[in-house]
Design a binder for this molecule. Structure first.
Ligand code: NAD
Length: 508
């Protein structure tokens, strides 16, 4: 394992960022009682920033601002093309400030800077893309005989609560903010408490883009004290949540009283299924990239490697060898491939999974420990665990860290059975040179998204989301408008038609 030491001149050493305020009703604000919480730099575990600690009162104020902006403000009433112009302005500003966003995100969550360029570009692309989609959004029309024309229109819904995780805050929040705004809704964003920085920066950019007051609001705070009142607030119409499946259950229950529309992007335990006839070199590259980029904290990570038995030892051996060479350390160093985990608690949790694999009889083939020379920060070596069977905890539960578990299979039926032996169904990856088998297996796996002979390459037009406990609903492309917009059908009579005539006096 190559440890990339933290240099003295890196922005990591001793970095401190100012107070992260809430943003609502068009102004940056502290909590009403001045309460704050500390966030840590995951590379050093030094205090990085104080953030305003929001609770029910700040949530109520932010929802009130969003409600007024929706009920009385210009945003939902603008032509879609005018909203698109603002979204394009936001995209341009995101590009202009990309370096600042990148540095904040690296400080806040420790993603390697070499991987951040793509994420910042995606954040801007999300706004440009939804500016295009909303400009071309169209309804359907139904001619009903000669008598009627029915047509559909898309309308904004109201106040959208966006509750976000810490693993890629800028990219994931813009993925939700862009379609929510494009459809004409107003927003209250609750960033994760472990990663508040880019949300505040985003509020500055959206203000600079001249979004009307109250359309975009941010409240920082913890899940129980800020997220829970937001998901239950009667002024909120829809909740878009990205995070753990267990939190999703609480949010769905909180919204049930007022029947909120929910979209859930939740956890995963996605299989990478490699058949004997696959191209092994490509499969090795993709398997490594799929689990060890984004510090392994990726919802669509290919975290379970299922390999057909004749290829198992060779393929898993090659992956373990490459994993041992992965450069772990300072995320500001462009050579770094794997940065720290988000928080000491999460580091302990992931190490607990590695220990459980040892206890249950699996073999740690690479990594599994803190790298030498990186005593501070939440660093963990790229870890590969072999001889894992489907009864083990590391096979069944989402680890959300740089830990790949490998299991052999004998034939196609067993591959499909093992791939589906999980409560999750987010993504899947199938490697085979048998065209028919590739399609067959991809369709037999219960997943929202499957890639054949490919790593996770996304196109913004395609649906994104999971089955089973990985989510509810689809976003991406115009699928997002099934969630962020209401569909109304208008029935128009084109001439006269038979109408039952009630209350006519009897002539006899
Ligand atoms: P988390 O569920 O702990 O937290 C997510 C957000 O929910 C945070 O803002 C948190 O404050 C808030 N929250 C916590 N309890 C709440 C409550 N009772 N009511 C309302 N809000 C509450 O998730 P996390 O640890 O931040 O993120 C990691 C998880 O996110 C992983 O399971 C990962 O797979 C998942 N994820 C999924 C996708 C996807 O698109 N499917 C993308 C990224 C991450």
């Amino acid at each position: 394992m190559k440890a990339v030491q933290i240099q003295e001149n890196t922005p990591l050493a001793g970095s401190r960022v100012g107070l992260q305020r809430h943003y609502f009703d068009g102004a940056f604000r502290e909590s009403f009682d001045g309460r704050t919480f500390e966030t840590l730099n995951p590379s050093t575990n030094e205090v990085l920033a104080q953030a305003a600690d929001g609770g029910a009162a700040e949530i109520h104020a932010a929802v009130g601002a969003a409600r007024r902006a929706f009920d009385d403000g210009p945003w939902p009433r603008m032509a879609a093309s005018e909203r698109a112009t603002v979204l394009r302005r936001i995209a341009a500003l995101l590009r202009e400030h990309a370096q600042e966003f990148i540095e904040y995100e690296v400080l806040d969550i420790g993603l390697p800077i070499a991987q951040m360029g793509g994420l910042a570009a995606r954040a801007a692309a999300n706004f440009d893309y939804y500016a295009g989609v909303v400009s071309e959004l169209h309804g359907r029309s139904f001619q009903v005989g000669d008598e009627f024309l029915n047509y559909t229109v898309r309308k904004p819904i109201g106040v959208a609560a966006l509750i976000m995780p810490w693993n890629a805050p800028l990219m994931l929040s813009t993925w939700r903010i862009a379609p929510a705004l494009a459809a004409g809704n107003t927003i209250v964003l609750k960033p994760a408490e472990w990663s508040p920085l880019t949300a505040t920066l985003l509020a500055r950019v959206l203000e600079q883009a001249e979004l009307p007051v109250g359309v975009f609001n941010v409240v920082h705070g913890f899940g129980e004290s800020a997220g829970a009142p937001l998901s239950a607030h009667p002024g909120v119409n829809l909740v878009a949540f990205t995070g753990e499946s267990s939190t999703g259950r609480l949010i769905a229950a909180a919204g049930a009283a007022t029947l909120k529309r929910v979209s859930m992007e939740l956890g995963g335990k996605s299989p990478v299924v490699v058949f004997e006839d696959a191209d092994p070199e490509l499969a090795v590259d993709a398997a490594l990239a799929q689990i060890f980029t984004l510090n392994g904290q990726r919802c669509t990570a290919g975290s379970r490697l299922l390999v057909q038995r004749p290829l198992y030892d060779r393929l898993v051996g090659a992956i373990a060898e490459r994993a041992r060479n992965i450069r772990v350390g300072d995320p500001f160093d462009p050579r770094t491939e794997l940065g720290p985990l988000i928080h000491p608690e999460h580091h302990d949790r992931v190490l607990g999974y590695v220990q459980s694999a040892r206890d249950e009889g699996a073999s740690v083939l690479a990594g599994g420990r803190r790298p030498d020379g990186l005593a501070a920060g939440n660093f963990l070596e790229a870890t590969v665990i072999g001889d894992v069977d489907e009864t083990m905890k590391v096979f069944r539960e989402e680890i959300f860290g740089p830990v790949l578990v490998a299991t052999p299979f004998d034939d196609e039926a067993e591959a499909v059975r093992l791939a589906n032996a999980t409560v999750y169904g987010l993504a899947a990856y199938v490697w085979t040179n048998d065209l028919k088998r590739g399609h067959r297996v991809a369709q037999a796996i219960d997943a929202g998204m499957c890639w054949i002979n490919s790593q996770n390459v996304r196109d913004l037009r395609t649906p994104f989301g999971g089955t089973k406990q990985s989510g509810i609903g689809r976003e991406g492309g115009d699928y997002a408008f099934d969630f962020y917009a209401e569909t109304e059908v208008i029935h128009v009579a084109l001439g006269t038609h038979a109408i039952p005539r009630l209350g006519i006096p009897d002539e006899t």
